[in-house]
Design a protein around this ligand. Structure first.
Ligand code: 5AD
Ligand code: SF4
Length: 447
């Protein structure tokens, strides 16, 4: 019998990238092989994101296209299974049944470990209509997911999921549920497996990763600082990162890790969202702009080389020009070396969606442009300051041009270099020769 193929398209955050890797491992264990294109795939899965309207809407247009490909394949006598996973399913299960009734299955982000049974049911054509599983299950999916069969040099490891912060704009607490942490030993076991399969860098993931509180072997609750110290002892691990953190959970013990753990990269993504205390309060954030600046000061003291990254939202309900100026002010103070910024997107079911003072689209657009220009200027300045220096780079993929590799510096900058593929998934010293806002170029040291 000919081998069946799968195709997974991932939207959204790094947690979704991790989930997609786990889904791929499930499918491989079921005998599927990766497809070279969507048209070759016997099973197509969209792993979706619901954080902003645009991301969620994109899924429905992709589903429409998938249905057309399915019909074309049917003319050649081939069956195609179409599935959706991720946060759109959790939030919009009824919409999926209405707008895309041809979808064979839909599972939320907490139930995809059940895919073997679900897909088997679909294959046996035992189900009429779409199988939808959006339960918040009692069991932890991590107890059922297969370990990775292989790893690239740079691996993700989910240690925590869900969020109890309930920022008033955010869907995550509703789609990923309340916070749960994986036990310490389980995380270490997964890390060991990743390292044995070739990982040199591990990026610990969680929606609120620094509120990690997993149990150790003796049943004692441990924080992220303890876990980082344990992982840093593992032979063969060269780089450690964690993302995404919440400012109020940046305790001193964790800050000290940036002083004491040499393999912890000198880069931290710590979203502040806005610079105005009035807006931060309306967002239900448990920190002020002043609190945030004090944390950065402590981090810089712990490791003077640390570079900061953040997320920003412009045009949150009630944001005035003065509030927006406070966001620009904090950018000028911290001088972020990287950042993501978004127009506020109204999400049904969240408190901010029904706040009265919604900001006009035109104003949001202008503010985003102003903020991004400022952020880019600091990012460019930092990248320019790297030229002439030598840095370690972990090469992750081939570049667009022949003979080119792309990797990441300790500061998460993309760097490309002319080099043979023997350097893929290795950490190499590179002399930085050029910089743009978004990337660096360099040459192998000694060339
Ligand atoms: N509108 C715009 N941006 C949002 N984010 C989360 N929810 C929304 C929303 N409703 C942003 C935040 C968060 C990042 C992952 O996405 O900045 O940190
Ligand atoms: Fe969403 Fe706030 Fe939780 Fe981040 S901390 S996932 S923005 S609710």
């Amino acid at each position: 019998m000919q081998k069946k193929h799968y195709y997974i398209k991932t939207f959204g955050c790094q947690m979704n990238v991790y989930d997609s890797e786990r889904i791929a491992a499930i499918l491989q264990n079921m005998g599927f092989a990766p497809a070279s294109s969507q048209a070759q795939a016997d099973i197509v899965i969209f792993n979706t994101c619901h954080i902003r309207e645009k991301a969620a809407e994109k899924v429905f247009s992709d589903l429409g296209r998938a249905e057309l490909i399915k019909q074309e394949r049917a003319l050649d006598g081939k069956d195609t299974i179409i599935g959706i996973t991720g946060c759109v399913v959790q939030a919009e299960d009824e919409q999926i049944a209405k707008r895309a009734p041809y979808v064979d299955f839909a599972t939320g982000p907490l139930t995809y470990h059940r895919l073997p049974e679900i897909i088997t049911k679909v294959l046996r054509k035992k189900s009429a209509g779409t199988i939808i599983d959006t339960e918040f299950p009692a069991e932890s999916k991590f107890d059922y997911l297969p370990q990775a069969n292989s790893s690239s040099g740079c691996a993700f490891l989910a240690i925590q999921e869900g969020c109890n912060n309930f920022c008033t704009y955010c869907v995550v607490p509703y789609t990923r549920g309340i916070e749960t942490s994986r036990p310490v030993e389980e995380v270490i076991k997964e890390a060991r497996n990743l390292i044995s399969k070739g990982a040199l860098e591990i990026n610990l993931l969680g929606q609120n990763v620094n509120s990690y509180h997993g149990e150790d072997a003796g049943g004692k609750e441990r924080g992220l600082a303890y876990l980082l110290n344990k992982l840093a002892e593992l032979d063969g691990l060269k780089r450690l990162r964690y993302t995404t953190s919440y400012p109020a959970d940046m305790d001193d013990e964790l800050i000290n890790c940036h002083r004491d753990i040499p393999i912890l990269m000198p880069f931290l993504h710590l979203p502040v969202q806005a610079g105005s205390d009035k807006i931060l309060k309306a967002m239900n954030r448990r920190h002020t702009a002043g609190d945030y600046l004090r944390i950065i000061e402590k981090l810089k003291k712990a490791n003077p080389k640390i570079g900061m990254s953040s997320d920003f939202i412009v045009g949150f309900p009630g944001e005035t020009d003065k509030d927006f100026q406070a966001t620009l002010d904090i950018v000028n103070q911290v001088k972020f070396i990287q950042a993501f910024s978004f127009k506020y997107s109204r999400r049904a079911g969240t408190p901010a969606a029904v706040m009265p003072e919604q900001v006009e689209e035109k104003v949001k657009k202008e503010r985003l442009e102003t903020l991004q220009n400022l952020l880019f200027s600091y990012q460019s300045k930092f990248n320019d300051s790297c030229v002439g220096k030598t840095t370690s780079v972990l090469f992750e993929s081939k570049g667009r041009h022949k003979g080119q590799l792309i990797g990441r510096t300790p500061y998460m900058q993309n760097l490309h270099v002319e080099a043979g593929k023997e350097f893929l998934n290795k950490i190499v010293d590179i002399k930085i020769t050029g910089a743009t806002t978004n990337s660096l170029s360099g040459i192998l040291k000694g060339e």
